[in-house]
Write a protein of this length. Sequence first.
Length: 101
Amino acid sequence: MRNRRGAALLLAMVTALLCGIAAYSVLFAAVSAARQGKLFRERTQAQHAAEAGLVWAMQRLWQGPVDFTAGTTDLVVDGIPVDVVGACAAQPCQLDAKVLY
């Protein structure tokens, strides 16, 4: 009779350990998916802000010649600072938008 009690205790401990490992794995997968979702959202927002910066720069160029030197663009799109850099002395004008997310 005592051997059965020991076996039942061992089985209960192994089962609890396996359930704990499974729960940790599910929690780790959920946290990882949440981080990936956040990074995807931030990257998409940064890309849209950079594209908006390029559109803004093209509109400025339609108004007349503009010198886009690094760090002089005070443009913020949805809370994301956008720095438009360009070399427009020669045609075609080369524009680049940089964002930090």
